[in-house]
Write a protein that binds this ligand. Structure first.
Ligand code: PTJ
Length: 245
């Protein structure tokens, strides 16, 4: 039991979620290392959502709302930290949710599938009984793509991942959005819209933005997307990292 008065309460709560998820057997062995890297970046931005991250979130939500087949790709870490919030966002922007794991095993896919179902989300994709295709140029387990999900998606939201998938999916004509605390990660650099924020803050904020943007004219959403410069925004995100005593 973590006392609420602890100065690092929020951070300890997230660690606890990760430890419990590891005990349930659905995290990758290196998931806690990835979490630690995220923690370090979060610490350096003051554990707050920055202005460039907010700007990227508005653009990301606009892009999701403008898409015909948007998909949220989920791995072990994203599920452990924000399963309910991911389901809410999917509902808000009418996106599908698909399991995509770097360290894919049938056992992990089974546990994660059941978790989404237990949390009220029945149509999870990327499962053992889904029709799975493989993206040619991805040479690891992240190549899996559900026929009705990532394979045919026009926009894919990829939280918490550093690798070559974003670049390859983008080359395949998809619009790629990432949530990654590390603005220097390969995935952040290769994506169309990169949100340098903690997934636990970003996803609920995006759901709120969706409620607002849904009432706007489509022209407003197009303007948001068209005026955005990801490279410039990433530079600003990097400037938020302040090392001070
Ligand atoms: O479940 P699997 O098998 O797909 O494996 C998942 C991990 C996360 C282990 C795997 O994708 C991996 O090794 O990822 P990386 O290459 O460590 O990249 C994870 C990225 O997420 C890093 O750039 C971290 O900075 C970032 N990150 C970690 N925690 C958070 C985060 N970004 C946002 N919110 C976080 N809470």
């Amino acid at each position: 039991m973590i006392p609420k008065s602890h100065p690092r309460y929020e951070s300890l709560l997230l660690r606890d979620k990760m430890v419990k998820a590891a005990q349930k057997g659905y995290l990758a062995d290196s998931a806690l290392i990835a979490h630690g890297r995220g923690e370090a970046f979060d610490y350096l931005i003051g554990e707050k959502t920055t202005y460039p991250a907010k700007r990227a979130m508005y653009v990301a939500v606009a892009a999701l709302l403008l898409s015909n087949n948007p998909v949220i790709s989920v791995n072990g870490n994203a599920t452990a930290l924000a399963i309910d919030e991911i389901i809410e966002l999917a509902d808000a922007v009418n996106a599908k949710i698909e399991i995509n794991l770097f360290y894919r095993t049938d056992e992990r896919v089974k546990i994660i599938t059941n978790l989404y179902k237990d949390h009220g989300y029945k149509n999870i994709l990327g499962t053992l009984d889904d029709e799975i295709k493989y993206i040619n140029d991805i040479k690891n387990s992240r190549a899996t793509a559900s026929k009705t999900g990532i394979y045919t998606a026009d926009t894919v939201l990829i939280p918490l991942e550093d690798g070559d998938r974003a670049e390859i999916l983008k080359k395949g004509g998809k619009n790629i959005i990432t949530i990654d605390l590390n603005p220097l990660s390969r995935t952040s650099k290769m994506s169309d819209v990169s949100i340098a924020d903690n997934i636990v803050r970003a996803i609920p904020f995006m759901t709120k933005i969706a409620e607002d943007l849904k009432t706007q004219d489509k022209a407003v959403l197009f303007e948001l997307v068209n005026e955005f410069d990801n490279e410039e925004n990433l530079k600003e995100s990097l400037e938020q990292i302040k090392v001070k005593e």
